[in-house]
Ligand binder design. Structure first.
Ligand code: PEP
Ligand code: MN
Length: 350
């Protein structure tokens, strides 16, 4: 990873560096942070001669040689100073709340508009809504592209950014063309490297944020973080990690709650962690406790399914969506806990 002395390289400097790395079979990938651009060397960057030539350039501050399977996502990476912001929240400075229906019902758009208004009212910063749904049963409702218009109308009505899952490149293109602000990669696609790369490529020059769920059977944390590296390696560092429970589940829960991995992730990566308690426990009655546990473990945010009338919803909503009142209580308690974990810094004089 190349860190220039200035905030970014000029085109002449970039061309000179690109020429050097190409002589050693590598290429260059700029990663545009909020303040500074850094330059990842893609390929085998262990060649001493290449490193020496790069280090010798007077406009290069230093070269980071992070020996990590995920050199961009690594806590020691220069990207660690990057802050992701969405819905008026900078992650790490305030608890981010993403809330809304599991699934948008194209036959009942009114529900989604009411849910969107209600979750905004209760303090959510981003509205989630499933347009295309990964369903275990091939005969279950698979989602409908028409719901994309409903999602974007909810954005216009509330002014809040929206989050939707994409499962293939056509959905990705549709979502980006419509202006979806947060792309969700679901548990079933968490290791779909061609989708992760396609997303990374498509959002390289945008501010789009990716919410990367943890795979249902995903074991090692390095695997989870490496999946994020796929997206970030194309140049947009806005990736949030989302534990959402794994298999097998204890009797009674949908999945094995895994919010406890939050501190372990934070030891390895700078990426913010937003926990999804809804899919983790899979039942509305258990969601609030799981949400609070996530905050206790250090989560930067929560992604919670909510519906104005869960019983009238589709997909996961009848069983696991919180009502607006339930969401309000959960957000309030989570914010109290978050504040306990993040006491305001005392000024030097105090
Ligand atoms: C969802 O968010 O509705 C969903 C299907 O999530 P996951 O991919 O975590 O199962
Ligand atoms: Mn769901």
């Amino acid at each position: 990873m190349i860190l220039p002395k200035s905030n970014r390289l000029t085109s002449t400097q970039l061309a000179e560096i690109a020429q050097i790395v190409s002589e050693f079979g590598c290429s260059l990938q700029p990663i545009v942070g909020a303040v500074r651009t850094i330059y990842a060397i893609v390929g085998d960057e262990r060649d001493e001669l290449m490193m020496n030539r790069l280090e010798g350039l007077e406009y290069v501050d230093r070269i980071d040689r992070i020996q990590s399977p995920f050199k961009l996502m690594d806590r020691r990476s220069d990207l660690a100073t990057h802050r992701i912001a969405i819905g008026g929240v900078t992650l790490g400075e305030q608890l981010l709340v993403i809330a809304g229906q599991c699934t948008i019902d194209p036959k009942n758009p009114g529900y989604f508009y009411e849910t969107a208004a209600a979750v905004k009212e209760q303090g959510a910063h981003v509205i989630r809504g499933g347009v295309w749904k990964p369903r275990t049963n091939p005969y279950s409702f698979q989602g409908d592209t028409k719901s994309l218009d409903i999602l974007m109308e909810a954005h216009r009505r509330t002014g809040l950014p929206v989050d939707a899952e994409v499962m293939d490149e056509r959905q990705l293109a549709n979502a980006l063309a419509a202006g979806v602000h947060m792309l969700q990669v679901g548990a079933r696609n968490a290791l779909n490297y061609s989708l992760l790369s396609a997303i990374g490529r498509a959002i390289a020059d945008r501010q789009t944020v990716v919410l990367l769920k943890r795979g249902l059977h995903m074991g090692a944390l390095n695997e989870f973080i490496s999946a994020a590296e796929y997206v970030v390696s194309f140049g947009n560092p806005n990736v949030i990690l989302c534990p959402r429970g794994t298999a097998p589940a204890p009797d009674g829960y949908r999945c094995y709650p895994d919010e406890c991995i939050t501190p372990l992730l934070k030891e390895k990566t700078w990426a913010p962690v937003v926990v999804d308690p809804s899919h983790s426990v899979g039942k509305a009655a258990y969601v609030p406790a799981c949400a609070l546990a996530a905050v206790a473990y250090g989560a930067d945010g929560l992604c919670i399914e909510a519906h104005v009338n869960p019983g009238g919803g589709i997909g996961d909503d009848p069983k696991q969506a919180l009502t607006p009142a339930g969401l309000a209580d959960t957000i309030r308690q989570a914010q109290v806990l978050w504040a306990l974990r993040h006491p305001p810094r005392r000024s030097a004089e105090a």
